[in-house]
Write a new protein. Sequence first.
Length: 292
Amino acid sequence: MKNPNALKWSDLKTGIFFIFGIGFAAWLGLVIGKNTNLFSGTTTVKILSRDVQGLAENNFVSVSGKKIGTVSKMNFVKNHDSLFVVAELKLKEEFAPLVTKDAKATIKSLGVLGDKYVDIVSGNGPAVKEGDFIPLATEEGMANLTASANKAFDNINELLDHLNNGQGIAGKLLTDKRMGKELAETVTSLKTTSAELSTLSQKASRGEGLLPKLLNDKSMAKNTTETLEKLNQTAAKTELLINKLNNEKGTLGQLSSNPALYNNLSRTLSSLDSLLVDLKTHPKRYVKFSLF
C-alpha cells in the first residue's frame, strides 16, 4: 500500500517548473524594465560629469532624437580630489557605429519638467568601442533657467522700487505732476511743429512760397546770392570802421577815446558856428567892397 503522504515525481516536476517560471518572469521583467533587447548585443560607452542634472538609470539615450540605448549604470568616482559621476550608456549594436570617438553627449530634458535623457551628436571620427568615454557638453538646465528668472524678477522689483520712489526720468514722470504736464506740453508743441513742417513741405512741393522759387528760379537764386555777397561786403566794411573807431591811433579813434581832443573840436565847431551866424548878420564887418 502506497503512503498517501509520499511526494510524487509529477508534483515535484510541477514545482520545479513553477519556480523556474517565476525566476524567468522576474528576469524578463528586469530586462524589460531596463529597456534592453534580449536578442541583440550592446556596446557600452561612458560619460563623466560633475553634475548629471537629475539623470537616472534606465533613462534613454538618443542620436539626433532617435532612441539607440539606455543609461544602464551610474557610479561615483573621485578624480584629483573631485567627485564625479560616471554614467554607463548601453547602445544597441545596430546603432553603435553611429557614435564616433569625437561625438559629444548632452543631458537634455523632455519638456520643461520632463525626465532627463542623453542626446549624442555624432562626429566624423571612427566608431566607439566597448568602454570608451565620450565628452559631455553642458546645456543650460532648469537650475540655470530658474536662476536667470530669479535675477530678472529681482531687476524688475528694483525697477519698480525706483519708479515708486520717483528715481530716474521714468519715476519722475510718474510721480512729478509738473514734469508730466511739461512733457505733455512738449509733445503738443512737437505735434504742432510737425504739422507746420508738413504744411510747409506741401506748399514747397506745389511751388508756393519763397523757398521753392529759390530752388527752381535760377535768376532769383542768382539775385539772392549777389545780395548776400553785398551784405557780406557791407558787414566787412562796417567791421573795419568799428576797428578804426576802437583804434586810438586814428582820428576817429582819438575822438572816441580822447576827451580833450573831442572838447577842443567841439569848441572849435561852436566858434565856427558863431562866426558864420555873425557873418550872416554883419557881413560888412568881414567883406569890404571898393571901386577904384
